[in-house]
Design a protein around this ligand. Structure first.
Ligand code: SOE
Length: 366
């Protein structure tokens, strides 16, 4: 059994999610590695020390550069705000570390490309935190598309809505200099990734984004909501909506997908369930079938139908799969290249907004 020694940079909301998720991931010792939660880094010494104590890290630090320079660290996990992702990731890759990086991969597609290039050049394992696709229901949905059960995909209607924008101060998310691609990059990126995971690459987009008046003092110069149409490379049409100002909506990702042979629908607020219709089953009792994910489905922690899954399970699944890639030196998924493509879609939506026209998603410059 190999030791994998991890350092986590950024002890905030996602740092907490990853810290707890590593405990679930580490329990899967049959995968051939032993995880060591070595160091948690935060610029604020008190936050770093508290995170170490409460979230089970052996030590804390305020210096990410010194942590990356250590020979005994195998993995750098980046949970800082996005404007620091590229600098930390590039330094970590160049120091020979494998890197897990939160989404959005960066605030800028060109920077993301550089991360892809360096990771590939140096042969380092790299993964990005599109956690929702790591849930059992999403894995099942993808397999029903992949094996042709629902036929060719005709249309996807997908949304990510929440009321968080009405509550509290959005902190670093409010300014372009730190929050970069705004709500589109923050939550829109999740549904872009989910859509490409299910249906394949988005080829072109046509959309608009909006900024509302600030709720709690201070200006913001990024979007709060938006909507766009997408054409997928395979010919399907997509509608996307995202908003941080949707009262009563609690971190809700949902979609409906129509294929030539069936349909799938999903709602993260009911994340144990996938609704599926297979047209071949047609009869007077035809209708959506409610599948409750259980131990027979990939990605459930307990082999007990009804035990339920949560936010942490999805985070643990993605980290388990990343650590497995690290231990076996096999490519991780979703990798930096996947995330860079998501960022190019984000930027294509912004271009479409400015030009008022359909906009091609550029291919990678590599
Ligand atoms: C923000 O509003 C946020 O915390 C996102 O940054 C996360 O990616 C999302 O999962 C929950 O909402």
């Amino acid at each position: 059994v190999k030791d994998i020694r991890v350092a986590l940079i950024g002890g905030g909301f996602m740092g907490k999610a990853h810290s707890l998720a590593y405990d679930l991931a580490a329990s899967r010792s049959h995968l051939g590695y032993r995880l060591i939660k070595d160091t948690v880094v935060d610029v604020d010494p008190d936050a770093a020390a508290t995170a170490a104590l409460e979230l089970g890290w052996q030590q804390s630090s305020t210096d990410w550069r010194a942590t990356i320079a250590r020979d005994d660290i195998d993995v750098i996990d980046i949970c800082t705000p996005p404007q620091f992702h590229a600098e930390i990731a590039l330094a970590a890759l160049r120091a020979g570390k494998d890197v897990f990086c939160e989404k959005p991969i960066t605030n800028d597609a060109a920077e993301a490309e550089q991360m892809v290039e360096v990771a590939e050049e140096l042969g380092r394992i790299n993964q990005v935190g599109f956690n929702y696709r790591a849930s059992a229901a999403l894995k099942l949905a993808r397999s029903l598309v992949e094996d042709g059960t629902v036929g060719d995909i005709l249309q996807l209607r997908i949304q990510y809505v929440m009321d968080g924008g009405w509550l509290g101060d959005p902190g670093w998310r409010r300014q372009k200099s730190s929050g970069g691609s705004g709500a589109l990059g923050d939550i829109g990126s999740h549904i872009i990734d989910m859509a490409q995971f299910l249906v394949g690459d988005i080829h072109e987009v046509f959309g608009d984004t909006v900024s509302y008046a600030p709720v709690s003092g201070g200006e913001h110069d990024v979007d709060d909501a938006g909507a766009f149409l997408a054409r997928f490379a395979g010919g399907a049409l997509g509608t996307f909506a995202y908003s941080l100002r949707a009262w009563g909506q609690k971190n809700r990702i949902s979609f409906e997908l129509d294929g030539t042979k069936g349909a799938i629908s999903f709602d993260w607020n009911h994340r144990d369930e996938l609704q599926v219709l297979i047209s071949e089953d047609g009869s007077r009792t035809e209708g959506m079938r409610r599948i409750i994910t259980s131990g027979v489905h990939e990605g459930m922690l307990f082999d007990l139908g009804g035990a339920g899954s949560g936010y942490l399970e999805a985070s643990a699944n993605q980290l388990t799969s990343f650590l497995h890639s690290v231990a076996t030196r096999t490519p991780a998924d979703p990798d930096f290249a996947t995330a860079a493509r998501v960022q190019r879609v984000v930027e294509a939506v912004e271009t479409s907004r400015r030009t008022g026209s359909w906009t091609r998603v550029p291919e990678s410059s590599r």
